[in-house]
Design a protein. Structure first.
Length: 259
């Protein structure tokens, strides 16, 4: 069974929500910000990919405009013009403003990335934990994982679980360990950096959580701040005296076994 950081976090917050989304296969509501996020991530990936090619492969073959603001904005325009990846005019204009701020914050001086948009799969018992790392820089202090965030910066510290998953993903792909993880908030231009734990410690915590998921059979709801944005409140016995019946279609309840 495939899992992601989002699935693990969902289980930590509410077993019932996890069960409906990942065991029963109920769809979540589409969120308009998701399309903007994909376009911005894609534009930044193409931009940094061009910089990496210019700086590490054959500098004479790539124009000096690779690090130009116009190049970065052109990548976003490609998403706007693509009918398969539609952006509204408002999303496009906001995206341009965010990328201009990103470029200005670096003043055209960008590091050569070590990895870009790196996918990973971690096998933990019966689960395949999948994810994608936006960028990794090789800095004088060691490897730094960069994660772009479209959401506003939170007063809550970065989730340790996300740090663990990214560290394990990077280690699985390279055999190396990251020294730190930085969240870059595109709306504000702020960066929040935290020290990364060793892969062995991260693996122990993720394995324990996956073991809890595998053994869980009741999936009781757990109320919290996440309830207000939950897609499945109408089915929840903690939120409704007479909740709607859970649709019969979808995946069957998982089978538990030790690992």
């Amino acid at each position: 069974m495939k899992l992601s950081y989002t699935a693990l976090k969902t289980f930590q917050q509410c077993n019932f929500r996890y069960h409906l989304r990942y065991n029963r296969g109920l769809p979540s509501r589409p969120r308009p910000a998701a399309q903007s996020s994909r376009a911005l991530h894609g534009a930044l990936h193409l931009f940094h990919q061009g910089l990496k090619q210019q700086q590490t492969e054959a500098p004479a073959l790539f124009p000096s405009s690779a690090n130009a603001l116009e190049t970065l904005l052109a990548h976003l325009k490609g998403y706007y013009d693509n009918p398969l990846r539609p952006l509204t005019d408002e999303q496009y204009q906001e995206g341009r403003a965010l990328l201009m701020r990103y470029w200005e914050a670096h003043r055209g001086q960008f590091p050569t990335p070590y990895l870009l948009e790196e996918k990973f799969t971690l096998h933990v018992g019966p689960f395949a934990l999948t994810g994608r790392i936006d960028r990794v820089d090789d800095t004088p202090d060691g490897f730094e994982i960069i994660d772009y965030k479209l959401a506003q910066r939170s007063i809550i510290p970065p989730d340790p679980l996300q740090l663990d998953v990214y560290q394990l993903g990077f280690h699985a792909r390279t055999g190396e360990a990251a020294k730190k993880l930085s969240f870059y908030y595109l709306r504000t231009g702020q960066t929040e950096t935290v020290e990364a734990d060793e892969p062995a410690a991260a693996q122990s915590r993720v394995r324990a959580l996956c073991r809890d998921i595998n053994r869980e059979q009741e999936f009781h709801p757990q109320e919290g701040a996440w309830c207000t944005s939950c897609d499945f409140r109408e089915f929840c016995p903690a939120q409704n005296r007479t909740p709607r019946p859970i649709p019969a279609k979808g995946r069957a309840t998982q089978l538990g076994f030790d690992f």
